[in-house]
Design a protein around this ligand. Structure first.
Ligand code: NAD
Ligand code: UDP
Length: 335
């Protein structure tokens, strides 16, 4: 029996694949490399000493996806495949709705056809919208401010409706906070195409000399130092959360959302300071204007994941900084 990992060549999917293989699971990865590179597969194998099946397919291609289920005994799916840039989603909403929502619909349809009804879905803290006050709990009202976030919220809703229609499903909706860091070997990590949208790859690219300086988006927020506060989570802790979610869906039926975060908020300036202390490398920055749509503060209440999945984060902000830096400095051009 295998776990199918859609988007397993990506940042979070590759780290989760390593943890699953290390824990003894058989996995099958499906990815179209739209935002990743084939080299990551060699690195996963190198880190784990294990072989796994890989399909270079687009999950929108129903026939190819069907073939994956015909050729393998799939027990459950972890569904990472999706487009993830907020800014790009505003510019290209049709691509985002099509790829993320249609992709999830086709996946759910093919799963149901093969009587595979266990899935872990990559959702996001973005579904908490602009108006909730942190720490955020799973039961708060949800809303979104951009097409990317809307795809996550709509897919959550689609899975809720699938469960209402068929109580044999077992579904975990994982709401990630801000994943950063890399595997501590420095062999796999985040490898964004073009200019990074997220803060940590931007910081590491400044530190490695690829970019001049970091722009900090605003210092007039209502936070302890005026810069935005987020719940940064080490990608390996996040990957381990998926193992716990898989264990849960194997043994139960139902649908549940879980926050995967540390429960601690750090500001952009805290992050820069921790990075400099952890690595000894300076990160020059300028304060620029606020990024439209950004909120002052966003951090999780991770109590539900602890109670129901038996999961909590272990790594510190300094671990995250050290590991991001090791990855970037050992792989200056990415994969
Ligand atoms: P990523 O872009 O590194 O990984 C996604 C992978 O999916 C890529 O390898 C890409 O090639 C693949 N993919 C995309 N569309 C596909 C398709 N139609 N068919 C097959 N493969 C396809 O992103 P990530 O950071 O690893 O994120 C994984 C998931 O987690 C995404 O769904 C993302 O929206 C969600 N998420 C990410 C973050 C974050 O900050 N990184 C936060 C919250 C949620
Ligand atoms: N940020 C920044 N400069 C950048 C990128 C991000 O100051 O180049 C800030 C952003 O305003 C937010 C935090 O860093 O307060 C995290 O942003 P990111 O895009 O990584 O994640 P988000 O929380 O927006 O999903």
């Amino acid at each position: 029996m295998s776990i199918l990992i859609t988007g397993g060549a990506g940042y979070i999917g590759s780290h989760t694949s390593v943890e699953l293989l290390k824990a003894g699971y058989d996995i099958v990865i499906a990815d179209n490399f739209s935002n990743s590179k084939p080299e990551v597969l060699n690195r996963i194998e190198e880190l784990t000493g294990k072989k796994f099946k890989f399909y270079e397919i687009d999950i929108l291609d129903r026939d190819s996806l069907n073939k994956v289920f015909l050729e393998n005994s799939i027990e459950a799916v972890i569904h990472f495949a999706g487009l993830k840039s907020v800014g790009e989603s505003v510019a290209m909403p049709i691509s985002y709705y099509y790829n993320n929502i249609t992709g999830s619909l086709i996946l759910a349809e093919v799963m149901a056809k093969h009587d595979v009804k266990k899935i872990v879905f990559s959702s996001s803290a973005t579904v908490y919208g602009m108006n909730n006050v942190s720490p955020l709990t799973e039961d708060l009202p949800l809303s979104t401010t951009n097409p990317y976030g809307s795809t996550k919220l709509m897919i959550e809703q689609i899975f809720q409706d699938i469960y209402v229609s068929d109580k044999d499903w077992s579904i975990a909706l994982l709401r990630y906070f801000n994943p950063i860091g890399a595997h501590e070997s420095g062999r796999i990590g985040e490898d964004p195409k073009g200019t990074p949208n997220n803060i940590m790859p931007y910081i590491t690219q400044v530190a490695v000399g690829k970019r001049d300086k970091l722009s900090i988006f605003g210092d007039d927020y209502d936070t302890h130092d005026g810069t935005g506060v987020r719940d940064y989570i080490h990608v390996v802790d996040l990957a381990k959360g998926h193992l716990k979610a898989v264990e849960k869906i194997m043994g139960t039926k139902g649908i549940d959302a879980y926050n995967l975060g540390t429960g601690i908020g750090y500001s952009v300036l805290d992050l820069v300071k921790n990075f400099e202390e952890a690595t000894g490398v300076k990160v020059p920055y300028v304060i620029t204007k606020n990024r439209p749509g950004d909120i002052a503060t966003c951090f999780s209440d991770p109590t539900k994941a602890l109670k129901e999945l038996g999961w909590k984060t272990e790594k510190t902000l300094k671990d995250m900084c050290k590991d991001s830096w090791r990855w970037q400095s050992n792989n200056k051009a990415g994969y």
